[in-house]
Design a protein around this ligand. Structure first.
Ligand code: CDP
Length: 582
């Protein structure tokens, strides 16, 4: 370690974090031999992102900023999204996780979008598409006199291409496909994932309009509209369509729904266009050709005070929010975007998406049950704080660096109080891998299991117990290997003997929590998030279609921007299962 004098030995990495970094993140040579340590990786990232400071101040102390960023990451207070960790300071140099690409209604448009998606996947980014502009199946094709094959058949081509391009040689590209509920092919879309196994690289969501939801309420018909001339071509009964999409979601989790009108109500730059799609996991609505880099604060690291008087350390959290905003704003400058047009869009709006992970761990430390009014209050309070501080930080940055160039054309235009550097600052991502690297609970999700058996490479079985639960169990004297194994088998402690009631109340897991509570938590966070919130509403295997409908209704009533459900056992390859997680 020549340059990184301040690199402390011993970053506190869990065995899983180490494995994930070695498999996917650390620089490798052509023969696959690892070329850097985790410390060197974090230093590579910190140094590269710090370099942006020179764009604004030629006397900037890059070394000092590098050190600040390095400490931020290696204390696991904050991590940028995976492409930044993988690509910063390396040849690809593409740092954003989220992209939305337009799909125009022409062969040229469709295939240029396909090519752009491949390039993005190669760099570790995920792509969202709206297929709503494509003419419906069986429409006339003017130039050939033939008939169009429609959005779903083109989705299959995108799916196949994705299959062939593994992201950055590591993870497979994720895609989101959205079709407006008033597109003439909507029924085929709703059923497309059960009918086609060849759409496995897509999450799909129906783009719901307010007009449609009102038609559902009043049991009315609504118009299907040809996207080419906006003329109504048929009518469907809204309740029937809603019933079908709910039933499909009950069967296999797809389609989700996104509330397009609501998303566009929060579109900061309507003059630049309408938002038609989100990124693959739904948390980041974007304009066509826009990208966004995300980053997540690990809330588990911001608890102070003794165990029975634990509280959130807001001073420290504030400092982290400000540094993270600066980090993410720098990332925009340091990323190499795959297309000039994307570069222009991103630098025009400078959207960033700061979010959180470790929320369930925070609640464990505060001894607050996830499904409680108190937990909702904590969610609103902590996210309200992060959102407000991130806006202030963005405002201060704008004083030094200028506002985002499209600000005059944005909804903040005339308001000098809102002279921000970034058109948006907050997004709550799933943090699928970031949470493994940080050894914390993912995003705002409750824990999936308090203890589980992990099968490691050579088929050894390793018992993993949530550290907060283990600490309490040891302290209160009910810890035993046998009990932890029983818990791994049961997936919940709700019905276990020998565990005090107050512990049972606090240490709830995904399946102890009713779907309504999952959704209320999502809504609490959405209230304080500029973009959207990634959340899975878990349902038990025996949940009914009616249960799913209630969740979809409630998501609309509570002001969510979308909803994704997952009924236990409804997908063939469930990623985590209770006693034999991967
Ligand atoms: O934890 P990590 O930064 O790896 O990612 P995440 O928070 O789980 O996902 C954030 C976003 O990254 C997703 O919404 C996708 O846009 C993208 N992603 C992807 O394209 N492919 C994956 N396999 C995982 C994530």
């Amino acid at each position: 370690l020549t340059r990184d004098m301040f690199v402390r030995n011993g970053i506190d990495l869990s065995p899983n974090a180490k494995t994930v970094l070695e498999r996917r993140y650390l620089k490798k040579d052509i023969d696959g031999r690892i070329q850097e340590t985790p410390a060197q990786m974090f230093h590579r990232v910190a140094r590269h992102i710090a370099k942006a400071e020179k764009n604004y101040d030629e006397n900037a102390d890059i070394r000092k900023v590098t050190e600040t960023f390095y400490n931020l990451m290696t204390d696991f207070r904050f991590l940028p999204n995976s492409p930044t960790l993988m690509n910063a300071g390396r040849r690809l140099g593409q740092l954003a996780a989220c992209f939305v690409l337009p799909v125009e209604d022409s062969m040229e448009g469709i295939f240029s979008s396909l090519k752009n998606a491949a390039v993005i996947h190669k760099s570790g980014g995920g792509t969202g598409f709206s297929f709503s502009r494509l003419r419906p199946k069986n429409s006339m094709v003017g130039t050939t006199g033939g008939i169009a094959s429609g959005p779903i058949s083109f989705m299959k081509i995108f799916n196949t291409a994705t299959e062939q391009v593994k992201q950055g040689g590591t993870r497979r590209g994720a895609n989101m496909a959205i079709l407006r509920v008033d597109h003439p092919d909507i029924m085929e879309f709703i059923h497309c994932k059960t009918a086609n196994t060849e759409l496995n690289n897509f999450n799909i969501s129906v783009g719901i309009t307010e007009a449609f939801m009102e038609a559902v309420q009043s049991d009315a018909e609504y118009d299907l509209i040809d996207p080419r001339d906006r003329r109504p071509v048929a009518r469907l009964n809204a309740r029937q369509v809603y019933a079908d999409l709910v039933e499909q979601a009950w069967k296999n989790g797809d389609p989700g729904i996104v509330f397009l009108d609501r998303i566009n109500r929060d579109n900061p730059t309507p003059e630049l266009g309408e938002i038609e799609s989100t990124n693959p996991c739904g948390e980041q609505p974007l304009l066509p050709m826009e990208a966004c880099n995300l980053g997540s604060i690990n809330l588990a690291k911001f608890v102070t005070g003794s165990a029975d008087a634990a509280r959130i350390d807001y001073e420290s959290l504030k400092e982290t929010v400000w540094t993270a905003v600066r980090f993410l704003d720098n990332t925009i400058d340091m990323s190499r975007y795959p297309l000039a047009e994307i570069d222009r869009m991103v630098k025009g709006n400078r959207k960033i998406g700061l979010g959180i992970m470790g929320f369930a761990d925070l609640l464990f430390q505060l001894q607050i049950p996830y499904s409680s009014e108190r937990a909702l209050e904590v969610a609103e309070e902590v996210m309200g704080f992060i959102q407000a501080e991130s806006h202030k930080a963005s405002f201060e940055l704008a004083k030094q660096r200028g506002t985002f160039p499209n600000r005059e054309k944005s909804c903040f235009g005339g308001d000098s109080q809102k002279a921000y550097r970034n058109a948006t600052t907050t997004t709550i991502a799933p943090t699928g891998t970031l949470s493994i690297i940080s050894n914390c609970s993912s995003g705002i999700e409750p824990l999936f299991a308090l203890s589980f058996v992990r099968t490691v490479m050579d088929n050894d079985k390793l018992m993993e117990v949530n550290p907060y639960f283990e600490a309490v169990a040891r302290q209160q004297g009910f810890y035993s290997e046998a009990l932890m194994e029983d818990i791994a088998g049961a997936g919940t402690i709700a019905h276990m003997d020998g565990i005090p009631e107050d512990i049972k109340n606090v240490f709830v897991t995904a399946h102890d929590i009713s779907p309504e509570w999952h959704l209320r938590m999502q809504a609490a966070f959405q209230n304080h998030t500029d973009n959207a919130v990634s959340k899975t509403v878990n349902l038990a295997r025996d949940a009914t279609v009616e249960d799913v409908r209630k969740i979809y209704d409630l998501a609309w009533q509570l002001g969510c921007k979308g909803v994704t459900i997952y009924r236990d056992g409804s997908k063939e390859n469930q990623v985590l299962s209770f006693s034999s997680a991967k």
